[in-house]
Every structure is written in C-alpha cells, then in structure tokens.
Design a protein. Sequence first.
Length: 473
Amino acid sequence: MNIPARFSLFFLILSVSGPGGISAHRDGEKDSTVKTMEDFSGYSIHEPNYPTSVSSLSVDTHSLQKQIDELSTFSDSPAPSVTRVLYSANDVLARRYVKSLMSLSGLSVREDAVGNIFGRWNGYEPELAPVATGSHIDAIPYSGKYDGVVGVLGAIEALNALNRSGFKPKRSLEVIMFTSEEPTRFGISCLGSRLMAGSVELEGLLKKTVDGQNISFSDAAESAGYRNALHFSNVLLKKGSYSAFIELHIEQGPLLEEEAIPIGIVTAIAAPASIKVDFEGNGGHAGAVLMPKRNDAGLAAAELALAVEKHVLESGSMDTVGTVGILELHPGAVNSIPSKSHLEIDTRDIDEKRRNEVVEKIHQSALSIAEKRNVKLSEFKIVNQDPPAQSDESITMATESACRQLNLNYKKMISRAYHDSLFMARVSLMGMIFIPCYKGYSHKPEEFSDIEDIANGVKVLALTLAKLSSLQA
Ligand SMILES: [Zn+2]
C-alpha cells in the first residue's frame, strides 16, 4: 500500500472496531503502518488498527438514490416537483423518515424545541466537542428534490461509509437536519440555525409571527408535535458546542458543471442585506396634471432601482450584487400617476464593509431622489443585514486533502446563496462542499444532480469528517 505522508492522518484513525464496521484485518500488515501512524499523530493507538485504503470507502449509491427519491414523495405538489413546507403533514412524515434513517445507521437521535434533528455517532473521546455536518429538507413550492436533501441524506451515508470502512471517530460525529432553511411559511430563512446561533430579535418576532393562514408559529409547531417551540433556550448552542461544521450542498449555480469539476470548496458565503423602501407622492390624473407639477412616486422608484445597479457596479467587485426584486406602484392604473411606490432590494457580498457601503449609498440616493422629485420617503427599512461568513482554513485544508486522496479535481469558490452554514459559522468553525447540478438549476422541478456526483461529494465529506474528527484542538 502506498500512502503519501500527508495523508497519514486519516489512516491513523481507521479501526476495525467501529459499530457494525466491516473487518479490514490483514495479518502481518499492521505493525509497521501503525508505528508510522503513531509517529505522525504523536499519540499512541491503543486499539488494534489496520491499514485501510481510500478504496474501502464506498458509497451505497443505490440506497442513497432510493432514499432521495423516497423523501421526494413527501410533497404537497406532484412529482417531479417537491413542495415541503415547515410543520406541514408532509414535513412531519419527511422528518420521521430522516429520523428512521438515522436510527437505522446506529446514530442516537434527538430533537430540539423547534425540530432541529440531530443524529450522533459517539466518538471514543466523547468529551471532545463533536464535528457536525448537515443541511435541510424543507422545499419551497414546486422546487426540486436535491437542494438541502443531499446534505442530510448524504451526511448519513457519509457516516455509514466511514463505518463500513472500519473507521472509528475520535470526536463524535453528528448529522444535523435544520428546521426551515427556506422562508416559505413564516418569511424567515434559516430559522433553525439562526436560533441555534442565538437571535434575540428573531425570538421576539417568532412569538408574534403568523403564516398566511393566520396560524402562529407556536401553533404550527405544536401541530407538528413540537409543544415547546418557544423554549428557545433549548435550541441555543453555546459557542464551541461543535469543533467544526461542514455542509454538503448542490452548487445551485452552473460553474462546476460547465468546468467539469466534481467538487467546489467554499471559501466564503455571501450574505444579503434586504431593504424595503416606500415613496409617496400626490398622484393624479395622467392627462390633467402637467409634467412640472407632478411628484411621481413611480419615477422615484424607477430612479432608485437604477441607483441600486449603479452603486453595486461602483464597488468594482464581481462579488457585489444587487437586485430590485419587487417594485409595486399604487394605484396601478394606466391613466393614474403613481401616488405610492414600494421597492424591495436585496444586495449581497462576501465583504460586509463593502456591502454595507452599498446599503448606505442606496439610502443616500433614496433621500436625494425624494427631495429632487418632491415625494416623501415614507420608509427606508433595513429588514436584515446578516454578516457574511468565511470558511475556516482548517476545514478547507481538510477538504482539499480529501479531494487529493480521492483524486478528485476541485475548485475554490464562494457561495452566493446563503445556507445554514452562514449561521453555524457564528458558533463553530465552518466549511462547505459543493457538487455540480444540472445547468445550475435549483428551486425548480428540473433541479438534478447525478448520483455519481453526489457520491463524490459524500466521499469528500466522509474523509473531511474523519480528518476533523481526529484533530485534537
Ligand atoms: Zn439549500
């Protein structure tokens, strides 16, 4: 067996004694290799350890695809689309399915007050902070079956693959299924991970928020079996609860597929600021009011939309983006000068300072446009302004090393969409692994990732978890 020295870290923690692990015992091979591993690690290996190669790490693609397909049947819309909204009947069934898979894999399962689900494989040094991985399974209306799901079912399979290879974790390994990454029901994205990271604002909001049917958050949660959903202290994670968190996810963009690269290693996650703006003018008859006499709230909105684009481009970075996704005019009649306008603006960056400068410039433009057009800026509200997150080098390095071991080409990239990882980064070191998806499609039924691409992601995740599990500090 030819093991380059830089890969020894993984091999030193392979053992045949993992729960249900396969036997990798090969007489006569162990002593010299174990010695090398001990020298490398600086601590002795007490249990029998036998060399295993990366080739023993196999992903059960058949089962994994079957699970992805089965999970997609818990949906409020017909296949191939998936609609799975927080605390709906299908969400409850899907949660039950995930918990049963965790149990079948020998993980100990627990849930917190809002339904974040945890499946833990205890390490042989359980007092050390565990390494966590995971994602979400909720799906916006008429979306696909891979977004989030790959990072939950793939994570369970990564632990299974490690177990089958004979690996035994030092730090415990934990799979997390986050509650409500999508904002569909209560308008709050990454609800579960935000609460884990601690958000007093969100806690206050959830106590009074209702969905489109006027059902409160706590009533909705109770209908799904979570009776104490407002006990947020039960959800909160202390900083350092996990030594590392890493999420496997489809790219939701076209780059990996276009460049035929199987793995993306995320170096940073961009974060949005969302802004709501209202202008008010006098309105009037489209024929009767002469142009110099107008204070047209619609034109103020149009001018601000162009200003958003201008300020974003001025940043000089491709990573700064801005979008006016909502622009409404009141009363919305062809022969009426708009008396009110409403815009919703999303601007994102991986650099918080640069993004906040754009927000400030947009505010200044809103003020000056209102003055110039003699309309009232009746609202300029920054709805949220989450800080972006950087991946930790110890995690990206572990992932790079895993890719090299597996002979998989990789690309370092940023995540322009945000994920539960953005919030986990507040309480843990964080990293993400991307895999290609068809044409970059996501949030629609055509969303697709090839099972071989998923398997590559699962293997890279498994090896990365193995490495992180073995780290002392
Ligand atoms: Zn997702």
